[in-house]
Design a protein around this ligand. Structure first.
Ligand SMILES: Cc1ncc(COP(=O)(O)O)c(C=O)c1O
Length: 380
């Protein structure tokens, strides 16, 4: 059995077309996009073509897309400028956001003395919308930051509803859409969010490139990284032309193939749920990940009906047998800390059991799922 990769929420394999495009651009468009000669102009025009295509996928203007080094930088840019430039004094968020948001908000709280409120959640990670409404009743300039799709448990937030609440209460709305751009159709004329973020490597594009969407009328935003005039002065540094072109092609291919690929991957997730439920009675699914309508079609977070001290052994054995899934759901990769998301929502009993996140892509098969479940069964 060749290695099985079920960690697509961490990062995805590049499509061949994207690798070919990146290679071609590296060879033929090596000019610095800030140079005025023909080499520079050709790189610049490729960047602008990519920006236009990305903007069109989101139904926004090209000038509202700012390229960054990825999701983390885009989240940092938006949260920092909201406080520094847009005079936000209060941030409403949730304790199950990605650390790119949570740690940035903590730093802003300490550095700028802003008020931070966390929305109540239930044991499935559902947001309490009434609580959000009550938190929005304030005279302080407020920013709401809530992710669209949770990277650990796959919960989908109704960001259109959040956006409408924010509009009605004069608050800014930032959504970390790193797990949803490329996977879901986001029409930003319909969803009145002020800021979103994306990373190429989550949808079969390259690493080290992403973007922030900043709505035109939000106010004057200043850069996080100072230097040259790239990205209209909002993000200095020579542009990574091949990565930008690769990201754009990856996004375009996601859009072109959405119908067929969603159905295929959703079928894999359903198969995984059915088969593991038969093989391991007592298995449960964390957050809303077991609900095909309310969670991402790519993510399942499984709470195994075993005693807790088996977790390390399971992870070791899975890795030994060539299976990659995320220990990030039970403990952060590379450390023994428990997941802040599971700690926030699970009961002490459920926290005692080993939890694993499996995340799927078009490159996975049902045979791989059969193999993984047969290995997991050995621990029952
Ligand atoms: C929801 C979410 N936000 C932000 C990030 C950070 O993105 P990047 O790795 O491109 O910095 C990730 C990546 O895991 C993510 O899943």
């Amino acid at each position: 059995m060749k290695p099985v990769y079920f960690d697509n929420a961490a990062t995805t394999e590049l499509r061949d077309e994207v690798v070919n495009e990146i290679t071609k651009v590296l060879k033929t468009n090596f000019g610095n996009a800030s140079s005025s000669h023909s080499f520079g102009r050709s790189s610049k025009s490729l960047i602008e073509k990519s920006r236009k295509a990305i903007a069109s996928c989101l139904n926004v203007s090209a000038s509202e897309i700012i390229f960054t080094s990825g999701g983390t930088e885009a989240d940092n840019l938006i949260l920092n400028s909201a406080v520094r430039d847009l005079e936000v004094k209060h941030i409403i968020t949730s304790r199950i956001e990605h650390h790119a948001v949570l740690h940035t908000v903590e730093a802003l709280q300490n550095g700028f003395n802003i008020e931070v409120s966390y929305i109540n959640l239930d044991t499935n990670g559902n947001l309490d919308f009434e609580h959000l409404e009550s938190l929005l009743q304030t005279n302080k300039k407020t920013l709401v930051s809530l992710m669209h799709i949770n990277n650990e448990i796959g919960n989908i937030t109704d960001i259109k509803r959040v956006a409408n609440l924010c509009k009605a209460n004069n608050a800014f709305f930032h959504s970390d859409t790193v797990q949803s751009v490329g996977h879901y159709n986001l029409d930003l004329q319909d969803i009145k969010v002020d800021f979103i973020t994306a990373a190429g490597h989550k949808f079969h594009g390259p690493k080290g490139v992403g973007f922030a969407f900043i709505r035109k009328n939000v106010g004057y935003v200043k850069p996080l990284i100072f230097g040259g005039e790239q990205e209209r002065g909002l993000r200095a540094g020579t542009e990574s032309v091949h990565n930008i072109a690769g990201l754009e092609l990856a996004l375009t291919l996601m859009k072109e193939n959405a119908e067929k690929e969603h159905a295929y991957i959703k079928g894999l997730k359903l198969y995984f749920i059915d088969e593991i439920s038969k093989a391991l009675p007592g298995v449960t699914f964390n957050g809303l990940s077991g609900d095909l309508e309310k969670s991402a079609y790519t993510i399942i977070n499984v709470c195994l009906p075993f005693v807790s001290n088996k977790l390390d052994m399971i992870l070791f054995q899975l890795d030994l047998k060539g299976i990659a899934c995320s220990k990030g759901s039970a403990c952060q990769s590379g450390s023994n800390k428990k997941s802040h998301v599971l700690l926030e929502i699970l009961s002490p009993d459920a926290l005692e059991k080993p939890s694993l996140r499996f995340s799927f892509s078009i490159f996975n098969t049902k045979e791989e799922i059969d193999y993984v479940i047969s290995v997991l069964k050995e621990f029952a």
